[in-house]
Design a protein around this ligand. Structure first.
Ligand code: F6R
Ligand code: MG
Ligand code: MG
Length: 366
């Protein structure tokens, strides 16, 4: 059977600052998906990562389905209504347009979708990150699809001998999608040259070159490019099919041990390490650190198993301890140098105003 997996995610309000949505907000989203999804959505799972609510839905309507996007839009509106009624912070923050126009892409919510013929067994991973942007997935994706140091299957499995095709988007080009296709292994230096810059180049999808099947779909939204100014970090979602012609689950999880420094810590304006967290985790230290959660599912005829929480394991407790130390290290230098983002990526105009004021006070020595 052909099935579509859709993740649609938005921040529509949170408790006590940018910490987590309320139980009531989550319930409004869940109820709307249940009611409006009758006869359309086969199965769904609703969770939050920090202040972002993600709807995972299975259906037969393909990607970019107006019906599915409308249900999600209405669910986020219902969540916003509850957020306003409870006085939650940032109610409706990610809904950047007033009325629905056929597709939530470009309206604020983040979207990752994939349509495929179900294998007899179909394991896949759902990722959601908060306090960061889509570039946060670039290093883990590069390592798990290109590097035998993390993906032993590239050496051991006859199903991955041809490698993978990366489709990478230049997210600075906001008039239309500007993409490039590059092949691993022969293009890995070119892939690395682009992915080095996570604020500009973002992986949109990955396909197996052995079977042609899609392995990964990543949300590429930059709220900045929609609103023309910063309205919060993009907090990306991602789907990855695993096993068989794709990397094993552990090969996809392995690079998350590194916890790379990514943009999005405090006020969306600092770098911090990407901490792997459990399902429905909140946000804390310095409005961060940036977090990522991973839920592992199997799907059969569109029906989802309950998720296995991939980062809920003693190994990841050890990693979290080390990531906390890494967060401390960069925080020790406060506003200085690499700790704070460059001007173009700051979420606030304050520094620009300071620079303007100071400019007139500078004197050029004769
Ligand atoms: C992302 C997030 C941050 C905030 C940013 C602005 O989930 O919460 O990117 O959007 O810190 O916050 P305010 O609106 O409080 O200035
Ligand atoms: Mg937020
Ligand atoms: Mg968020």
């Amino acid at each position: 059977m052909k099935v579509t997996l859709s993740i649609l995610k938005a921040d529509v309000g949170s408790v006590g600052g940018h910490i987590c949505p309320s139980a009531e907000l989550m319930e409004s989203v869940r109820q709307t998906v249940k009611e409006e999804g009758k006869g359309i959505i086969i199965d769904s799972f609703i969770s939050h990562t920090g202040d972002d609510v993600a709807i995972l839905a299975t259906h037969k309507l393909g990607i970019n389905s107006e019906k599915i996007h409308k249900i999600a839009w209405d669910a986020f509106l219902a969540g916003t209504k509850t957020a306003k009624a409870q006085g939650l912070y940032g109610a409706g923050q990610d809904l950047l347009k007033d009325s629905f126009s056929g597709n939530v892409k470009g309206m604020g919510p983040a979207v990752a979708e994939m349509e495929f013929e179900e294998r007899p067994n179909e394991p896949f991973l759902f990722f959601a990150a908060d306090k960061t942007d889509p570039g946060a997935y670039s290093l883990p994706l590069y390592l798990s699809f290109c590097d035998p140091m993390h993906n032993a299957g590239l050496l051991l499995s006859p199903k991955m001998t041809k490698g993978f095709k990366f489709t990478i988007m230049d997210v600075e080009h906001s008039d239309a999608d500007k993409v490039i296709e590059l092949n691993a292994p022969e293009d890995i230096y070119l892939i690395a040259a682009l992915l080095r810059d996570g604020e500009r180049f973002v992986v949109e999808s990955i396909h197996s070159r052995d079977t042609g099947d899609q392995a990964a779909a990543i949300s590429t939204t930059r709220l900045h490019n929609i609103a023309g100014k910063y309205t919060g970090k993009d907090d990306p979602v991602m789907l990855i099919r695993v096993q068989g012609a794709f990397p094993a689950t552990g090969e996809v999880l392995s690079p998350f041990t590194i916890a790379p420094l990514v943009a999005g810590f405090m006020r969306g304006s600092h770098n911090g390490p990407l901490m792997p967290v459990k399902m429905n985790s909140s946000i804390s230290f310095f409005d961060g650190p940036p977090v990522v959660c991973c839920l592992a599912f199997c799907v059969h005829e569109g029906k989802l198993t309950p998720p296995a929480d991939a980062f809920d394991h003693p190994y990841w407790d050890w990693v979290r301890g080390r990531v906390s130390e890494k967060a401390q290290e960069i925080r020790r230098q406060g506003f200085f140098g690499a700790a704070m983002l460059p001007y173009s990526e700051l979420e606030y105009g304050g520094i620009v105003d300071i620079m303007k004021k100071l400019e007139s006070k500078f004197k050029v020595r004769k």
